[in-house]
Design a protein around this ligand. Structure first.
Ligand code: G
Ligand code: G
Ligand code: MN
Ligand code: NA
Length: 254
């Protein structure tokens, strides 16, 4: 609980210690960079804290509201910069159920988009696994609002406990992201590999895109490429990194 105190102080000191990192997402056909996932980092004077540790604390303390706004603004600002080099570039931002429940996320998103003057379709909202409830009225309103505003929705962590078929027809996302744990299974077992292949066919038949997460080697890329998903995210193309490293490594060097 000391960490909550540290983070609260940080929020009041202009988010010192928080930083938005970016991980490249590549189109499998063109092998080109098309987007990035924004991933929050927090560093205290002593150490780098893992998101698995601090995200739940941000959520239970309510600090996820101001910090989530910080992330959204950093992400849109970065997107605007990158679009000077890659005009169709898109940025994805993780949003948890708590953020939707405790604040007017849609209004916040629309106002942030207008500040940075990017197209609405340039922002992708990734719904993370932390226990969203499709039956909640606020949550439905949020997802419907995104649709009406033409802001794409990605269903994160597909293939894990919370994120399943049920959400696919209730939330009608634009993209599903296959969790790394499922990718690992597909790389190692014929059954899961077949299942993934059929998931690709199924998503394409209903006009969705599929992103496979967690590809670390060329060998893994080749194997997954054969089932023709749309996008790949993983250490093979790049780890999450700061904005300046991202620009140097993937954008201005192109
Ligand atoms: O890098 P990795 O360890 O960054 O991220 C772990 C998890 O933390 C992600 O899967 C995601 O669910 C969560 N996460 C990372 N950044 C954010 C963020 O900005 N907002 C929310 N709500 N979750 C995030
Ligand atoms: O939001 P989500 O749970 O999808 O967050 C992605 C998480 O997966 C982040 O913590 C990110 O650092 C991690 N990640 C992304 N690509 C890879 C990869 O190729 N290997 C491993 N081990 N982790 C990855
Ligand atoms: Mn994600
Ligand atoms: Na995931």
């Amino acid at each position: 609980k000391e960490l909550i105190h540290t983070m609260r102080k940080s929020v009041n000191q202009n988010f010192e210690g928080f930083e938005a990192y970016f991980q490249p997402i590549v189109d499998i056909k063109s092998q080109k960079l098309v987007s990035a996932e924004t991933l929050l980092r927090f560093r205290t004077k002593e150490r780098m804290v893992s998101p698995a540790e601090f995200i739940p604390l941000l959520e239970e303390s309510g600090l996820i509201i101001p910090v989530g706004r910080f992330v959204l603004h950093q992400a849109l600002k970065a997107c605007g910069q990158i679009q000077k080099y890659i005009p169709d570039f898109r940025i994805s931002v993780n949003v948890s159920y708590i953020q939707v429940l405790k604040s007017d996320m849609l209004t916040e998103i629309l106002s942030a988009i207008s500040i940075y003057k990017i197209k609405r379709g340039s922002l992708i909202i990734e719904l993370t696994e932390s226990g969203f409830l499709e039956c909640d009225a606020n949550f439905r309103r949020f997802c419907d609002g995104l649709k009406r505003s033409e802001i794409p929705l990605a269903l994160d962590d597909f293939g894990t406990g919370y994120s399943n078929f049920h959400y696919l027809y209730n939330l009608s996302p634009d993209t599903i992201k296959i969790d790394r744990s499922f990718t690992l299974k597909a790389l190692n077992n014929g059954y899961e590999y077949n299942l993934l292949q059929h998931m690709v066919e199924m998503t394409h038949s209903i006009d969705l895109k599929l992103c496979v997460e967690g590809i670390e080697t060329k060998q893994e890329l080749d194997k997954i490429s054969r089932i023709e998903p749309d996008y790949i995210q993983g250490y093979f193309f790049g780890r999450p990194c700061s904005f300046s490293i991202f620009m140097e490594s993937y954008v201005t060097e192109e």
